[in-house]
Write a protein that binds this ligand. Structure first.
Ligand code: ZN
Ligand code: ZN
Length: 594
């Protein structure tokens, strides 16, 4: 295993204000885990125009990957053939990259809030918009799209694992088009506008966890309602991935308990004949009858005989998609049905909804409501797979005392950290006079890949804190670098300071204050190009390299140490809560003789 951070001699941490998704925009990880996924938005109906409005000057615009970013406030653009035309800008451009925090409006669609980067290109008068989403934000968006009105958190967690695993398994479906996933049910239904704090917390509660089979992410198919018997993947999906032993037919006592698995619908013979013709299946003469030719062992229809003046054999999958696309997807909810003839109409009596392979969403919801955990739900629907953040299959274990919560995959190794964290919490409260408003939650990843995947941070970042959750690299890695305890101490102090910080307090001040409080005293910082406050703020927020981040930390710490010499420690703590004096917030660095 590569260990690019083994030489860390300093704390390397990033703090992101707010509880929005991780700062995205880094390229794909070089390891097996992507921490950012490329998703094509509005895949089926690409818009012609797009309006973007920044949140309080927090967005940037670039014309290419290496171009200089410009501040973005508002932007209106449309596709002109295969180039982009920005309103008020005479020259067309081939691509635009927007990052930061902003709202976008595609014509005719409700506005979408985003804090992930997008890349915009044009083709044939339409805009091709690709979002670079952190994996866990993508998972939350799929939960919004795919889980409807799930009430059980355990069922939602099971779906989060299934969605993440599905993504890991099928990551290359659109590789030739330059993205990984579309935002439709072809891949997974993504509904960004539906992401909320609850769905984010569900994604985070299972962050990085996937189902493994044979050392690979499993083909974690799922469907709305299996109707009482799940389907063997090989009959319905017809691809190699679906020939997995964990996708075998089995009975499901849970979804049947929910009731509502039966349905009835009608299709006129003329409609059906036209629908089949639209898909290239010609029934000779006038369609007179439809009968089942063959069923799979689960009872689902596999082939039908369609008769006019002659007879054609039609796969049930083809008939269902013909009806779905041309008449309506509500007509044939599944392929598990009886068909009867009523004059010029066909009547279908069926059960279940969807292909029935893998996790049954209704059944999972019933299991969750009956008190089963998401692990139990997953092992019921994907028997033989292993849940874990690595191929060894090691799920999160929770440890807690009255002050701290700790999530780890190796409780024996990490349980001593509860005491360490408690000690530093008390120390932080004493040195600041502030009190923790909520119990910190330490989450220690099993592998660097899992940490990167979940946080969106590069491997040289030791920890990342959002809200009350402190996410840490594997503890043995930090211990070997000699930074385990100092990292925990730093992040705990950060969490405390952040929970009191007045909105808008510059990052350099918060970061510098934490470094100053944690000591040791700063070394004289050499000239590092960060004398300008804006440059320092930017280097802390989005460091280009490990060296730049180290320099920014040193600069922030040294600035705050200088302020402490001039104004005293209590003044600094008051500024956190009441705001920084303007001349300090905006000022360049004064020299104090060092
Ligand atoms: Zn797709
Ligand atoms: Zn079921």
């Amino acid at each position: 295993m590569k260990r690019p951070f083994a030489a860390i001699g300093l704390l390397l941490l990033l703090w992101s204000a707010g509880d929005a998704g991780p700062a995205a925009g880094k390229a794909s990880a070089s390891g097996g885990f992507p921490h950012t996924v490329r998703v094509r938005l509005w895949y089926l109906h690409p818009p012609r125009e797009l309006r973007v409005r920044a949140d309080a000057g927090q967005a940037q615009l670039r014309k290419c990957a290496t171009c200089k970013p410009a501040v973005l406030t508002t932007l209106a653009l449309h596709a002109a053939g295969s180039s982009l035309q920005v309103e008020g800008d005479k020259s067309a451009t081939a691509e635009l990259r927007i990052s930061g925090s902003y709202q976008m409006n595609a014509a005719g669609e409700p506005p979408l809030r985003a804090d992930f980067p997008i890349e915009v290109r044009a083709n044939d008068g339409h805009l091709l918009i690709t979002a670079l989403m952190p994996m866990e934000e993508y998972v939350a968006g799929v939960l919004a799209g795919e889980t409807g009105n799930f009430k059980s958190d355990e069922a939602l967690k099971a779906m989060a694992v299934a969605a993440r695993t599905f993504a890991m398994h099928f990551g290359s479906r659109h590789a030739l088009d330059g993205f990984e996933f579309c935002d439709t049910t072809h891949c997974q239904d993504l509904r960004i506008a539906g992401i909320d704090g609850h769905l984010r917390s569900i994604a985070q509660a299972t962050a990085g966890e996937i189902l493994w089979y044979d050392g690979e992410p499993a083909a974690a198919y799922y469907a709305a309602n299996c109707g009482g018997t799940s389907e063997d993947g090989r009959f319905i999906l017809g691809n190699d991935e679906a020939r997995a032993p964990f996708l075998r037919q089995h009975s499901d006592q849970y979804c049947v308990r929910s009731g509502g698995t039966q349905w009835r619908s009608e299709v006129s013979k003329r409609e059906l004949q036209r629908a089949l013709a639209a898909e290239g299946i010609v029934v000779p003469g006038t369609l007179r009858s439809v009968s089942v030719l063959h069923r799979t062992p689960s009872g689902r229809v596999e082939f039908l005989r369609v008769t006019g003046s002659g007879t054609v054999t039609v796969p049930a999958l083809t008939l269902r998609s013909a009806v779905g696309r041309n008449i309506g997807w509500d007509r044939l909810k599944s392929n598990w049905y009886e068909v009867s003839d009523e004059g010029n109409r066909l009547v279908f009596h069926g059960r279940g909804s969807g292909h029935g392979v893998g996790l049954c969403q209704i059944g999972a919801e019933v299991m969750g409501e009956e008190g089963h955990s998401y692990r139990e739900i997953l092992s019921f629907y994907y028997p033989g797979t292993k849940l874990g953040i690595s191929a060894q299959g090691t799920p999160w274990q929770q440890l807690a005392n009255e002050d701290v919560e700790l999530l780890t995959t190796q409780p024996d190794r990490d349980k001593a950290l509860l005491t360490v964290a408690t000690r530093y919490m008390h120390e932080s409260e004493e040195s600041t006079g502030l009190v923790y408003r909520s119990a910190p939650r330490l989450k220690i990843y099993a592998t660097v890949a899992a940490f990167r995947n979940s946080t969106g941070e590069p491997g040289w970042v030791a920890a990342s804190t959002r809200g009350r959750t402190i996410q840490l690299q594997p503890s043995e890695v930090l211990r070997e670098a000699g930074t385990l305890e100092s990292t925990i101490r730093h992040e705990l102090l950060h969490m405390l300071i952040e929970s009191y910080a007045r909105p808008g307090t510059p990052l350099w001040f918060r970061e510098g204050l934490v470094l100053y409080l944690a000591g040791p005293k700063p070394q004289a910082s050499p000239s590092n190009g960060l004398e300008d406050v804006a440059a320092l703020e930017k280097a802390l927020r989005a460091p280009a390299t490990e060296e730049q981040l180290r320099a920014a930390y040193a600069e922030a710490q040294s600035r705050v140490a200088q302020l402490e010499r001039q104004h005293g420690k209590q003044a600094l703590l008051d500024w956190v809560q009441n705001g920084l004096p303007t001349e300090i917030a905006s000022g360049t660095r004064a020299h104090d003789g060092r």
